[in-house]
Design a protein around this ligand. Structure first.
Ligand code: AMP
Length: 391
């Protein structure tokens, strides 16, 4: 059965087509700059990578081109062959504890939850509507980033603010990157060969979140009501003293939109270094002796260590710590610094093994008290698996 995994952003559309249940990737790619001019797309088919310019006024245009490419490249002979489409969806509120088939009520709920994910939910809805128009016989499935975290206890998801903010406005910790944490949780349990595990998953990319997972179920996670909570990120601040916000709004005469924009897009590694939100640029800055890059990296590592230590205590130990996403999979120095900062827990880095990028690997020594792994995440595959199971 052919299943398409889709991740729609406001101006982008990533896709991967799977043959399920074999989990074979038939074709993958991304459409970029949709609706903002100079649009283009890249496609990976077999070992070839094709990049083409195209007029993409909206997501429907992208799907139309996708169909054309699929047929021209003989991946399918008609759109009917794609039986289902799974959509990455960020915010499912308290209602969606699992992936679901999409009907009108699901779309309405996604609209209702949009204020909690103003960048992501509307983009996903656009993607779903466009996909429905082009692939009208395919089932549509929503895979929520929040659903893996639905198993958290109230003690971990209620904020110490007036309780009415929760009941009236839905203010609570929802967590994000759930599809990635779930994929990693499943994989590490396969590697460890058991289900009763204590695992700390570190999804460290441009956005970053850490989760505490007990027996395959999330008990705590670092992102909150929005993705701007927990550890410091590429351009997001993560946890800060919340009184900084009214203070700066007053002192710098800023609106709530302006400060929100700065805390999301001009803070984190970028804000502290003044150089970049990209960890490769920070690493380059460190090599050149840039003091603020050095400071930004030390802070970044410190915040991640703090969360791992907190979750180690919450889980009452840990069988494994897993690093994933852009930085977790690729930054040898960041992993080294994090693991060395956790030596008090008996963690021992295997320097040779850690000299790897983007591959599944044990990077701690045999006598390390906690096994540390790099596991490349695969949210698209997780979406395809859920979609296949549902249809
Ligand atoms: P993601 O959001 O998961 O795509 O991750 C993006 C982050 O991964 C950026 O900060 C990149 O700099 C970082 N990244 C990707 N490749 C490398 C690398 N080889 N070394 C260090 N950081 C990397």
């Amino acid at each position: 059965m052919k299943i398409l995994s889709v991740n729609a952003g406001s101006s982008s559309l990533k896709f991967r087509l799977f043959e399920m249940p074999a989990e074979e990737v038939l074709i993958s790619g991304v459409f970029e700059r949709i609706g903002i001019g100079e649009s283009f797309y890249t496609i990976k088919l077999n070992k070839d990578k094709i990049k083409k310019e195209a007029i993409l006024n909206n997501h429907e245009d992208a799907f139309k081109i996708l169909v054309k490419e699929l047929i021209e490249n003989k991946v399918i002979s008609s759109t009917d062959e794609i039986k289902a489409i799974g959509h990455r969806t960020v915010q499912g509120g308290e209602k969606y504890k699992q992936s679901v088939r999409i009907d009108e009520s699901v779309i309405n709920d996604m609209i209702k939850y949009s204020p909690l994910a103003p960048l992501h939910n509307p983009a996903a809805i656009t993607g779903i509507k466009a996909a429905k128009n082009i692939f009208n016989s395919a089932e549509q499935v929503a895979v929520f980033d929040t659903s893996f975290h639905a198993t958290m206890d109230k003690i971990n998801y209620i904020y110490p603010v007036p309780y009415e903010w929760y009941t009236k406005y839905g203010v609570r910790k929802y967590g994000m990157h759930g599809t990635s944490h779930r994929f990693i949780s499943k994989r590490i349990n396969e590697i460890l060969g058991k289900d009763n595990t204590k695992v700390i998953t570190c999804h460290i990319g441009n956005g970053a979140s850490i989760s505490a997972i007990l027996n395959g179920k999330c008990i705590d996670t670092s992102m909150g009501l929005t993705p701007n909570a927990g550890v410091m990120m590429g351009s997001r601040c993560g946890d800060i003293d919340c009184s900084i916000i009214p203070y700066i709004m007053k002192e710098a005469n800023m609106t709530s939109e302006e400060i929100d924009n700065i805390l999301n897009k001009k803070s984190g590694l970028l804000g502290v270094s003044g150089v970049s939100s990209d960890s490769r640029d920070i690493e380059k800055g460190i090599e050149e002796g840039n003091e603020r890059c050095i400071l930004a990296q030390k802070m970044f590592v410190r915040k991640i260590i703090n969360y791992i230590a907190m979750y180690y205590v919450e889980l009452k130990g840990a069988d494994a710590i897993v690093f994933t996403a852009g930085i977790g999979e690729n930054s040898i120095s960041t992993r080294k610094q994090i693991m060395e900062g956790l030596d008090v827990l008996g963690i021992k880095l295997d320097e040779n093994a850690n000299n790897c990028r983007g591959e599944e690997k044990l990077i701690s020594t045999k006598d390390s008290k906690i096994a540390c792994y790099v596991i490349p995440t695969d949210e698209e595959l997780m979406i395809a698996r859920d979609t296949y199971e549902l249809v």
